[in-house]
Design a protein around this ligand. Sequence first.
Ligand SMILES: Cc1cc2nc3c(=O)[nH]c(=O)nc-3n(C[C@H](O)[C@H](O)[C@H](O)COP(=O)(O)OP(=O)(O)OC[C@H]3O[C@@H](n4cnc5c(N)ncnc54)[C@H](O)[C@@H]3O)c2cc1C
Length: 293
Amino acid sequence: MNTTTSLSSANASLTYDVIVLGSGAAGFATAVTASCRGLKVLLVEKTEAFGGTSAISGGAVWLHDTDQARAAGHHLPAEQMRLYLKEVIGTGYNLELIETFIEQGREALRYLETHSELKYSLRPLSPDYYPDLPGGTQAGRALEIDEYDGRRLGEHFKDLKRPPDGMLLFGGMMVNRVDIQHFLSFKRSPKSLWHCLKLMGRYAVDRLSHPRGTRLTVGNALIARLATTALANGVELWLQAVPESLIVKQGTVKGVQISVARPNPIGFRQRGRGAGHGWFCRQPKGRRAAPGN
Ligand SMILES: Cc1cc2nc3c(=O)[nH]c(=O)nc-3n(C[C@H](O)[C@H](O)[C@H](O)COP(=O)(O)OP(=O)(O)OC[C@H]3O[C@@H](n4cnc5c(N)ncnc54)[C@H](O)[C@@H]3O)c2cc1C
């Protein structure tokens, strides 16, 4: 769908199978999964940049018995994970939730890695937060996101949430755990020196045409990887779009009223199971779209 065209006329009607609110890792994982299954998806982000806290996070995941862990020879029994989580969580332990996490975590990651640009690697050494508790480990659960080329996002790179300056070198260069080790060693290791020189050379070239480095690490890499797939799958991403209210009829959500920063017509009509109808109207920022406008 051509969003611009669709939005240019008042009272136009847009229809989506899935509307996702929030463009962090959870939102993009949902958008990617839905779009991979052939569904038409709208992703609504209230701020001017996409990625949320996820984009400025470490981007690591902590899961039981992933393919990466198995490939590295870790075979941690599920009972060990249960034991550890019971020790850490205590009375808040939710059996159903934990079992789902243990049983489905690997499958969820595998699905996203198979169907999107997402790519994780096992951290060779990464103790659990409480490694000395029963069930705790020194390695085998934490995975780190592989670096990513932000240029793959094309024009959308500029809209990816920029990490705080304190997380960037030279005013715009991202690094990961391995890079930091090389920077700490470059005076005594030719290999580390070469690694750092390559990073800085790439960064220098990037800055000729970009406001910051395009080699993305940690949370920025996570979001960029998911976003590349989502956008390639046709997911529509609206920035500075604030959901005002859900449109509920007879106990069923039929649509969402959304305010956007630009005076665009907004809204959607939901289809599929529980199908209903919604509304579209020109709405300057701060005004509510009224049903039926
Ligand atoms: C420095 C740091 C490092 C971290 N490192 C890790 C780590 O390595 N591993 C890990 O597992 N966790 C880490 N975390 C925690 C992790 O970042 C969060 O748990 C995770 O990002 C939450 O993802 P999310 O998609 O739920 O939310 P977010 O990434 O915060 O995304 C939510 C998005 O929704 C938008 N939004 C909110 N309300 C609305 C609305 N009404 N309409 C439209 N949009 C809306 C927000 O603007 C935002 O963009 C870290 C956190 C920090 C701060």
